[in-house]
Design a protein around this ligand. Sequence first.
Ligand SMILES: C[S@@+](CC[C@H](N)C(=O)[O-])C[C@H]1O[C@@H](n2cnc3c(N)ncnc32)[C@H](O)[C@@H]1O
Length: 421
Amino acid sequence: MDAVRSPLTAVDLFAGAGGLSCGLEQAGFDVLAAADHDPDVCATYRLNFPTTRLVEGDLTNRENREVVIDAVDGELDLLAGGPPCQAFSQMRNHDRLLADPRNRLYREFVDLLSVLLPRALVLENVPGMDQLKGGAVRQQIEEDLSLDGEYDVTSGVLDAGDFGAPQRRPRLVFIGVKRGLGAPELPAGTGITRLLRNGQCGGLRPDEQRAYWAEVLRNPDDARAVTAAQALSDLVLPGDEYTTEPASAFQRAMRVRSAGPQDHAPSRIRDDTVARLEAIPPGGNVYDLPERLMVRHLGERKWGPAGNGERLARRHYYAYRRLHPDWLAWTANTKADFAYHYSVPRGLSVREAARIQSFPDTFHFTTAPPGTLGQLKNGARHSRYRQVGNAVPPLLGAAVGRAVADMLGARRRDATPAVAV
Ligand SMILES: C[S@@+](CC[C@H](N)C(=O)[O-])C[C@H]1O[C@@H](n2cnc3c(N)ncnc32)[C@H](O)[C@@H]1O
């Protein structure tokens, strides 16, 4: 085993707002450099990681990659990142992933890996890729990341809900370690997400394991499994002050060093939506609406394009989903309406979405000044929801970071522990 080195160093590529970086810091890493080309996420990243060298630019550009390389002085412990992988799903058998020009970002990750040669690597992505071509895509990624035997690589689907995030969110994670340093191992989570077979509002089967985890889930002081209410019940009233004491171990952990909940104004919704939400039970969705609320316009006011019929357009499973207070939340996505509150007929605030993603309340979201070159033009509020929804939940990042630190034999004794387990 290597001598204990502290702190471990990391580089985060395609860093977004910094969910993964936040988790890596919690695991004791010093994130030396990060890169992303979106001005809004860079504004947020800069705000939260003032000492990290942030490369704001396109990683397909060689100069930007060189700035990343220059930021690393000496041996790097970890190269991490989640490159968007556009073309994996269209791959034909025997295609080389690296050869497809649409997989350019993935190739940049592998290229930077071969230049920086860190002691370990982490690549994360959406889990759909797990099963592609009967697992051939996943196998090929493991092979690419091994750099012809330089690294031992393993991969698997990890669900943030198994690591104390109040949400089901599976991600496909690859972990590699330089050959000779030990076997790569994924962190072991609680497994509770697999036990919740019936989704948001089903019951647990009465075998022992389920009964045990049902008890853990019910206990607000046990942060191994966290319900939507245990995550959000101190935020029922919008505003920039805490109006109640924290009611769970998770809330206590999220509020450490935070003076108040930033970005805690619920998303704006129409009166029609309020009326529909009032008719949907916690954990329910559009399918719970009575027929009279399935008409498109409930009042006098008409909105949206004319000629779209008289029936409600949003009728898919994801429409009008309300959280269930006693279960993990629906997976956060980039939209404000991915879920609605469980006890009040309203949308969620950016802060509530961030809590569901396990961002601490001290982590603030912002945007670049309006009109900044390269900025996506759908408004500052939407940008914040997108930044939150695109992130790796920090608690999952922290679990992966700790697994890497353990593999490298260098876990810092003063690293922030997972939410008090
Ligand atoms: C899924 S998000 C990453 C989320 C991040 N890991 C987190 O935990 O917050 C993917 C990121 O890749 C960035 N990206 C996409 N194409 C890029 C490029 N060519 N160069 C740099 N960044 C790029 C996007 O702006 C986006 O922020």
